[in-house]
Ligand binder design. Structure first.
Ligand code: S3P
Length: 472
């Protein structure tokens, strides 16, 4: 059964009467406009992928780790709650840093209740890997979006280790994992380019005797590999004759506690970046953006479209390349990127579609079949929303063809459905800035899964929230 995702500010209560100003719930919908050019310096929150992994590996280390810049979005908080339920002590300090006392690899405890993963596919798939090689049983539940997402892609390899899975029809949540200890080490060639599947297998390998090997024909984000090494795991990476990466992890690993500084999330920075590109006259700086090459494909594609994005103060933070991005409004032209770039920007296509809708000429975006199994079917949902606001798009089985306006504003005015998908909500909030009438995003709540401060950050840059019917 999916868990509920109601409006977040509704105040439950019987006799406890609160003053009107405190009880008024935030509107569920969101409409952003740009009455002027965007300007200013902002910072985006910590990287979601790195934050999940920082909590998981710290919870498996022996001793106390400290994490600065952790993303405090709902997805990451779901991971924190699950690691607590399995024995780790996780505390947020007054200075905003998190301390984690780990249980040691092999030390995860049996959770007493189902692990509520909310909207988070990353929490679910990576934790399924961790549980698989511990002698514990865990049930995973999630919201309506997560309960539709395929889990067979992790069940299949993890079953080969000896772990046992009972899933809902179609290999979906709710599902139960009966872990096994000792598990059998496996060698697994990824049939889909998925960092989540790669990471689930590697994390299972942590408490498995012998060498667990993952072969990835197409490289995906490598945060797990970087961080496993940082925590002291023995991990070797080779490349075979066909260019596939062979990642070998030696279990039973002993992880040493770390101090981790999480860089800003390039997937979150994508939203203010495209906003500045499409609102005429804009000139902004986004500080501390992670630019790991396995994540930074969007910036390469936008630059190839004519975007003025400069990287300043390039440095290394927490073992990851980082820079401040200066973004200036630009005349964009259409593009047909090589599908090989898709894994390095897999979460950025919704906002890239928006940029393409305002570019000069045609964009052909293909190789995107994985987008259909994200928090929503991001090809279908973006195609429907873009059409509703006046863009010209054609949906393909594996992508989208977009005929851009050449910088002319889109009509806007419509209400778009977000389907519990944070990136759909933020993409249309940004598209609204380049429309004649504001776009109504039907549900702002999902934004909190990855970017709780999104609206405030856009307001700091000069965007405004508008009431229904107001011109943009
Ligand atoms: C993630 C990997 C990606 C991405 C997701 C986060 C991760 O999913 O879409 O938002 O942290 O490993 P896939 O690996 O399934 O493509």
């Amino acid at each position: 059964m999916p868990t509920a995702r109601g409006p977040r500010l509704a105040i439950a209560g019987s006799g406890c009467q609160k003053p009107a100003a405190m009880t008024a719930p935030l509107p569920r919908t969101l409409r952003l406009t740009a009455p002027r050019a965007l300007a200013g310096r902002v910072a985006v929150p910590g990287d979601k992928s790195i934050s999940h992994r920082a909590l998981m590996l710290s919870a498996l280390a022996v001793g106390t780790s400290r994490v600065e810049g952790l993303l405090e979005g709902e997805d990451v908080l779901a991971t924190a709650a699950a690691m607590r339920a399995m024995g780790a002590t996780i505390v947020r300090g007054e200075d905003g840093a998190w301390t984690i006392d780990g249980v040691g690899v092999g030390g995860l405890l049996q959770p007493r209740q189902a692990l509520d993963m909310g909207n988070s596919g990353t929490s679910t798939r990576l934790l399924m890997g961790l549980v698989a090689s511990h002698a514990i049983t865990a049930t995973f539940v999630g919201d309506a979006s997560l309960s539709k997402r395929p889990m067979a892609r992790v069940i299949e390899p993890l079953s080969r280790t000896g772990a046992d899975f009972t899933a809902s029809p179609g290999g979906r949540l709710p599902l139960m994992v009966r872990g096994i200890c000792p598990a059998v080490p496996i060698e697994y060639r990824l049939p889909v380019a998925s960092a989540q599947v790669k990471s689930a297998v590697l994390l299972a390998g942590l408490n498995t005797p012998g060498i667990t090997r993952v072969i990835e024909p197409v490289p995906t984000r490598d945060h797990s590999e970087r961080m496993l090494r940082g925590f002291g795991a023995e991990l070797a990476i080779e490349t075979d004759a066909d260019g596939a990466r062979i990642i070998s992890l030696t279990g039973e690993a002993e992880l040493k506690p770390q101090r981790i500084v999480v860089p800003g999330d390039p997937s979150s920075a994508a939203f203010p970046c495209v906003a500045a590109l499409i609102v005429p006259g804009s000139d902004i700086v986004i500080e501390n953006v992670g630019l790991n090459p396995t994540r930074a494909g969007l910036y390469e594609v936008l630059r190839a479209m004519g975007a003025d994005i400069a990287f300043a103060d390039e440095r290394v933070v927490g073992g990851e390349p980082v820079a401040d991005l200066r973004v200036t409004a630009s005349a964009l032209h259409g593009i047909a990127p090589d599908p090989a770039i898709v894994p390095s920007m897999v979460d950025e296509f919704p906002i890239l579609f928006v940029a393409c809708a305002l570019a000069q000429g045609r964009s052909v975006l293909r190789g995107l079949e994985e987008l259909r199994v994200k928090e929503s079917d991001r090809i279908a949902v973006m195609a429907a929303g873009l059409r509703a606001i006046g863009a010209t798009v054609e949906e393909l089985p594996d992508g989208l063809v977009v005929d851009g306006t050449g910088g002319e504003r889109l009509a806007g005015g419509a209400t778009v459905a977000t389907h519990l998908d944070h990136r759909i909500a933020m993409s249309f909030a940004i598209a609204s800035l380049a429309c004649r009438l504001p776009v109504t995003v039907d549900d702002r709540a999902p934004i909190a899964t990855s970017f709780p401060g999104f609206i405030g950050m856009m307001e700091a840059l000069g965007a405004e929230q508008s009431a229904a019917g107001e011109p943009a």
